[in-house]
Ligand binder design. Structure first.
Ligand code: PMP
Length: 382
């Protein structure tokens, strides 16, 4: 038996709720969430839970948002046993709040934990934590349809030891912040840099897990992109440095052809890419809009030549934070090129609109992707 898996002795998905005594006023919330930089406009609560070898998951609580007190020998800080997720809650025009594909994020959180030899959080506990936090803090989501509540579940090794082995104690926290699109409210097209110097991950490594180290390892390449006047870095496969994998913290889609002949291609999950939940949603939504979609390798040469010949008409990235984000220019160490006419294309716009309308509850939800979360009794304050 895998000793990291849940021994089944936890309390089940019960969150003990200890909300703040006096929630902030609507005016103060509005002030704190006006044009927030990504990851800064935190709400008033967090959920915390702990895992130990003898007790499994326990002490799952909703608490006022507050700093953590950590021993300097907290092992997760040293060796990177730390995994996280990112998912969003949206407000519908009728005012109801729902979380997009919470179950899929719960599953990926478990699989990331498995890869890092960490205890897998049961999906019911993950969902109970999401419901508790979103129930209490949903009044933070502004009415502005471009805004949403980003949820950040984090699991890290909390044992006080510097022994290099799987830790025997873990801490889970779930935070939330108010956000607009990662690239601002208007989703302007981004210029990307294809790095041939750095790689993000290799098959057999941790690229398919959402673990902290992957992101630390990406920062230098992101800085290289910034120095070249680009917004984001594009990763190639680590072996041949030929095949496009993904972009920063987003998956990539290519549109081949146009009009009624347009079809989508996204690189396959080779083991070094993250299996994006948005990627999966678009692979399913596109055919419903009459746009065939397939997973197939795309090389840099194909990207460049496809744009020159007009065969590749649009490129966009997608992810929870960035939503559907058009790419209009590509730079490499051997030259640069423009995609289409440099403006956001029709297929990108259609998919972006379909996804955001579904997330905002403006369209039916045949896949059951939206998890409605009613406000909790004390939600929001005056
Ligand atoms: N790739 C990477 C490396 C990411 O960090 C993310 C964001 N989680 C994605 C792709 C997109 O995944 P998702 O659609 O689940 O947000």
């Amino acid at each position: 038996m895998d000793t990291r898996s849940l021994p089944g002795t936890g309390p089940g998905p019960v969150i003990i709720e200890k909300p703040v005594e006096s929630p902030l006023s609507a005016e103060e919330r509005g002030r704190r969430t006006a044009s927030p930089a990504f990851g800064t406009a935190m709400t008033e609560h967090m959920v915390s839970a702990v895992w130990s070898e003898d007790r499994g998951w326990h002490d799952a609580e909703l608490l006022p948002y507050a700093p953590l007190l950590l021993d300097p020998a907290t092992v997760g800080l040293h060796y990177g046993q730390s995994v996280f997720e990112g998912l969003k809650a949206f407000r519908s025009p009728a005012g109801e709040v729902s979380v997009f594909r919470a179950e899929a994020h719960a599953r990926r959180f478990r699989s990331s934990a498995r890869r890092l030899m960490m205890p897998e959080m049961p999906e019911e506990l993950f969902l109970a934590a999401v419901d508790s936090l979103v129930g209490h803090d949903q009044a933070w989501i502004p009415d502005d349809p471009g805004m949403s509540l980003y949820l950040r579940p984090l699991l890290f090794a909390s044992e006080r030891t510097l022994a290099l082995r799987p830790a025997r104690a873990y801490r889970f926290v779930l935070l939330a912040f108010v956000t607009e699109g990662y690239f601002g409210p208007d989703q302007r097209p981004v210029r990307v840099w294809i790095t041939d110097e750095y790689t993000r991950a290799a098959a057999g490594g941790t690229g398919a897990a959402k673990c902290a180290g992957n992101y630390a390892g990406s920062l230098l390449a992101q800085e290289e992109a910034r120095e070249r006047g680009c917004d984001q870095v594009v990763w190639l496969d680590p072996v041949e440095r030929k095949w496009v994998e993904e972009m920063g913290g987003m998956n990539l889609f290519f549109v081949r052809g146009s009009g009624a002949d347009a079809r989508l291609v996204t690189p396959p999950l080779t083991g070094s890419l993250l299996a994006g939940v948005t990627r999966d949603a678009l692979l399913r939504l596109a055919p419903e809009l009459g746009i065939p979609a397939e997973e197939a390798p795309v090389s840099v040469a194909d990207w460049r030549e496809g744009c020159a010949s007009g065969e590749i008409t649009e490129v966009f990235a997608c992810g929870t934070a960035a939503r559907v984000s058009p790419v209009n220019e590509v730079a490499t160490s051997t030259g640069s090129w423009t995609i289409g006419d440099g403006r956001t294309g029709e297929v990108t716009l259609r998919l972006s609109e379909a996804l955001t309308s579904l997330q905002r509850g403006e369209l039916p939800d045949p896949h059951g992707w939206m998890r409605p979360v009613p406000p909790s009794g004390r939600a929001g304050g005056a």
